[in-house]
Design a protein around this ligand. Structure first.
Ligand SMILES: Nc1ncnc2c1ncn2[C@@H]1O[C@H](COP(=O)(O)OP(=O)(O)OP(=O)(O)O)[C@@H](O)[C@H]1O
Length: 284
């Protein structure tokens, strides 16, 4: 689903003209079926931006088009269910939202809340637990007997069980080990290849380089850049202004460029870097 922000401003403290804006005149087009990463320092407005997509927050000014649904300052809270069914949101530490006494009931909660029958919700729970890489035997366990990584997967399964077309992830891998992180990121990339639109907030620049098609850079409530990961990580102004950090491969390439190698564009993934090094060593 295409999501278009048109001049969106969000004032958390509308009555205080001195307070910083959560969003300041942001226009951005998040493309259908793409994997878009939202990056920027702490407090730059990333979470505020994505919370407008399912109308958890309403703009003070401007509009957001989510498919053909418009969200603006006047949008009321009635009839938001179709939107929220279509836009699944995985918050930071989603396991903190688990509350049922079995994993199965927890995963079924979302679909049943959206009017799906108990039988279909059960089927969804069985399908989704496998999709997130857990055995069906976990369905009868208490979510609170699981490890942190397993709880995270159950919480994600609960969001996926409503079959949202767009999935918003607010640092979904925070606190996971590298293997757990890669498995979860690969899962989201697979969901994208099945036709979902993925929006990821992250502080992990390697995940941006490895998984995203598009990047939006936020700073002080404003969108200050957008483009492919290659374009954004090679944007000298962003680097000089210290608004973003680089993926590890690009940092390594910068070091190599001080002595032995020359890069017209900084490689941003291990595979790009090794291809470029091989090319230069062969004198191509
Ligand atoms: N509930 C709130 N009330 C008042 N101000 C808020 C509220 N939530 C966020 N803000 C402010 O809005 C601005 C943007 O915050 P936001 O949480 O969107 O940033 P972020 O980029 O997601 O940060 P982080 O990376 O730490 O999650 C910050 O100045 C923040 O202090």
């Amino acid at each position: 689903m295409e999501i278009i922000f048109k001049h969106v401003t969000h004032a958390y403290e509308a009555n205080n003209p001195l307070a910083a804006l959560g969003l300041d005149d942001v226009s951005v087009d998040i493309k259908d079926k793409k994997f878009t990463a939202i990056i920027g320092k702490t407090g730059s407005g990333k979470s505020t931006l994505v919370r407008h997509i399912n109308a958890l927050l309403k703009p003070t000014d401007g509009t957001i088009m989510v498919g053909d649904r418009e969200i603006n300052a006047e949008t009321n809270n009635k009839n938001l269910k179709p939107l929220r069914k279509n836009v699944g949101m995985v918050f930071q530490f989603p396991e903190s939202q688990l509350f049922e006494d079995t994993v199965e009931k927890d995963i079924m909660f979302g679909p049943m809340n959206f009017g799906v029958s108990e039988e279909d919700a059960k089927t969804a729970a069985h399908d989704m637990i496998k999709l997130v890489g857990l055995d069906e035997k976990y369905l009868s366990k208490s979510p609170f007997d699981l490890s942190g990584g397993q709880m995270r997967r159950v919480a994600i399964a609960g969001v996926l069980a409503t079959h949202p077309e767009t999935i918003i992830l607010d640092e979904p891998t925070a606190g996971l080990d590298p293997v757990g992180r890669k498995e979860i990121m690969d899962l989201f990339k697979n969901l994208q290849s099945e036709g979902r639109t993925i929006i990821l907030i992250t502080h992990n620049m390697d995940d941006v380089a490895n998984y995203a098609d598009e990047v939006v850079v936020m700073h002080d409530g404003k969108k200050i850049a957008e483009g492919t990961p290659m374009e954004v990580f090679n944007n000298q102004k962003l680097l000089t202004d210290d608004v973003l950090t680089l993926p590890q491969s690009a940092v390594f390439a910068q070091k190599l460029a001080q002595k032995y190698f020359k890069f017209d564009q900084l490689p941003i993934t291990i595979s790009d870097l090794s291809t470029e090094i091989k090319r230069q060593l062969n004198g191509d």
